[in-house]
Design a protein around this ligand. Structure first.
Ligand code: ADE
Ligand code: ZN
Ligand code: ZN
Length: 275
């Protein structure tokens, strides 16, 4: 498919994707890698048809590149959902603005990916958005508070570098803890996932009601953000202790995102999905 050539060129130009939001490029690639390893042959074949020469990890950060283009400006609010600090559930009337959010985006792009009557270009883009947004939704601060834009306006020092709290969670914690290149780390995380984990993480997953399901994942992110991300003083200096405490949470969210993304892709593209 022709769609992906310019996409990859654009991504090569953009070497510091981590600065653009979402998990950094490695986090999104790991989520896509974990998802890919779960898929049936049918779903993999459909994905290969839609992506041509590009792999699922390669396209996982495409949405972060295009959000800066005028033609895709509309997609910028779809990378996150804001909730009030004490929110215990996701309420679309309260939490979903008219332009949409990451929860409504997952619902929309899964439906487009599933719809075989749509043009292949549209379904290919829906796939690229879906892979990215399921990842974003699992970054706790992508379900953060509106008042600080998910931690973007909380400035601090992380390992002596000026950063904001949001960036610490997008890529700072994962980079601080990384000795291996992302495919090796992804394989390790994949190997840690047990059958019990799969059952637990998919327990409340209903692909036929994705907006409610994604809403529950948003609340998980929100609760993690309240408990583990926001426990820092703005302007303070954090480093190893914060990174060490946070890395297991960041890695758990990558694993959960991968397993749940696979469940959605399987529903959209797996055996029987075209009937
Ligand atoms: N902009 C506003 N809120 C945001 C959030 N929670 N995550 C990323 N970007 C945002
Ligand atoms: Zn994003
Ligand atoms: Zn982000």
């Amino acid at each position: 498919m022709k769609l992906l050539r310019p996409v990859l060129q654009l991504m090569l130009l953009c070497t510091t994707l981590a600065l653009l939001g979402g998990w950094g490029r490695d986090g999104h690639a790991i989520i896509a890698q974990i998802a890919w390893e779960q898929l049936s042959g049918e779903a993999k074949a459909e994905i290969e048809k839609l992506l041509g020469e590009s792999s699922l990890p390669e396209i996982a950060s495409w949405a972060d590149v295009v959000r800066r283009e005028p033609a895709y400006e509309w997609s910028a609010p779809l990378h996150y959902v804001n909730m009030p600090p004490d929110a215990a559930d996701y309420d679309p009337d309260r939490d979903c603005p008219p332009e949409g959010n990451v929860v409504s985006a997952i619902d929309r792009f899964a439906a487009e990916l599933k719809d075989r009557t749509l043009p292949a270009k549209q379904r290919g883009e829906a796939l690229m958005f879906l892979v990215h947004f399921v990842g974003d939704l699992h970054q706790p601060l992508h379900g953060g508070r509106a008042e600080d834009r998910g931690g973007n306006s909380i400035q601090l020092t992380f390992y002596d570098k000026d950063m904001n709290l949001h960036a610490v969670w997008d890529y700072g914690i994962l980079e601080a803890d990384a000795n291996d290149p992302w495919p090796v780390r992804g394989e390790r995380l994949l190997g840690e996932i047990t059958d019990m984990d799969r059952v637990a993480w998919l327990a409340d997953t209903h692909v036929s009601d994705l907006s409610a399901t994604a809403g529950r994942w948003a609340v998980e992110s929100h609760i993690l953000a309240e408990k583990y991300c926001y426990c820092v003083e703005p302007g303070s200096s954090i480093g190893e202790a914060y990174a060490k405490a946070s890395a297991p949470i960041a890695e758990l969210r990558l694993k959960q995102a991968g397993i749940r993304l696979a469940a959605i892709l399987e529903d959209c593209l797996g055996p029987g999905s075209a009937d």
